[in-house]
Design a protein around this ligand. Structure first.
Ligand code: 13P
Length: 254
């Protein structure tokens, strides 16, 4: 069954005490979240362990990692492996966020390795894809997004791809206040699902969650999340405020 996910990507924001009070406020959200509708929070790496402990008795909140490396262990200063994340009890990890692609030169091949490494440890990768403004304006965005999806995911087995969550995040909508319209987002979500169905079958495609990210906020969340192929949100700026994040989450869990 497709899971509904509202995820908060805090990026490199908030110090420890600010982060802690935000997670404590999110834990108070009164919603109908359950095993099939959950919240996943991605704080900065140093806080993962403490926040995981803080929330481990709340079954509808999970703490995820914003990044990982694909090796299991070794001389890779500054990196964190899926094995290490698993040892903390972490269940989700972002892969291929456009900021990682742009600032840290991560390409589809590296991302494919990270996805495999995470799946080996039983961690769910949230694989991000999405086009820059010039790609959309040149009207080649569908091919561009399909290439990202195919190169990073299509070597997986049917069983493994079914365990991946995809997030469509148009780069021109990230942190810009400019959201994709519900129709623009639905078009891409449907395209991704149909492409997966073609190679991996309808059942697999229908069971996979595909999230939308890019200036999602309380005012536009309801319409975006109502689309047939949108199964949740990956929220940046608006996830840094407990009230706004609660509004988005509650409207979706009802
Ligand atoms: P914003 O919601 O701030 O546009 O960020 C989206 C994002 O990058 C989530 O990963």
């Amino acid at each position: 069954m497709r899971k509904k996910i509202i995820a908060g990507n805090w990026k490199m924001n908030l110090d420890y005490s600010e982060s802690k009070s935000l997670i404590q406020n999110i834990a108070k959200i009164e919603s109908d979240f359950n095993a099939n509708a959950e919240i996943v929070i991605f704080p900065s790496m140093p806080y993962l362990s403490v926040f995981h402990e803080l929330t481990k008795d709340i079954d509808w909140i999970n703490i995820g990692s914003q990044n990982c490396y694909f090796e299991k262990s070794g001389a890779f200063t500054g990196e964190t492996s899926p094995v290490q994340l698993k040892s903390l009890g972490i269940k989700y990890c972002l892969v291929g966020h456009s900021e990682r692609r742009d600032y840290f030169s991560e390409d589809n091949v590296v991302l494919a390795k990270k996805i495999k490494a995470l799946l080996e440890e039983g961690i769910t990768p949230i694989f991000c894809c999405g086009e820059q403004l010039q790609v959309r304006e040149a009207n080649v965005y569908k091919e561009f997004i399909m290439k990202q999806v195919e190169e990073s995911l299509f070597d997986l087995s049917v069983q493994d791809i079914a365990r991946v969550v995809i997030a469509y995040e148009p780069v021109w909508a990230i942190g810009t206040g400019k959201t994709a319209t519900a129709q623009q987002a639905q078009e891409i979500h449907q395209l991704i699902r149909n492409r997966i169905a073609k190679d991996f079958g309808d059942k697999t495609a229908n069971e996979m969650s595909i999230l939308y990210g890019g200036s999602m906020k309380a005012e536009n969340a309801r319409e975006l999340l109502a689309q047939k192929d949108i199964d949740g949100g990956l929220i940046g700026g608006a996830s840094l405020n407990a009230d706004t994040f609660a509004q988005i989450s509650i409207s979706y869990s009802e």
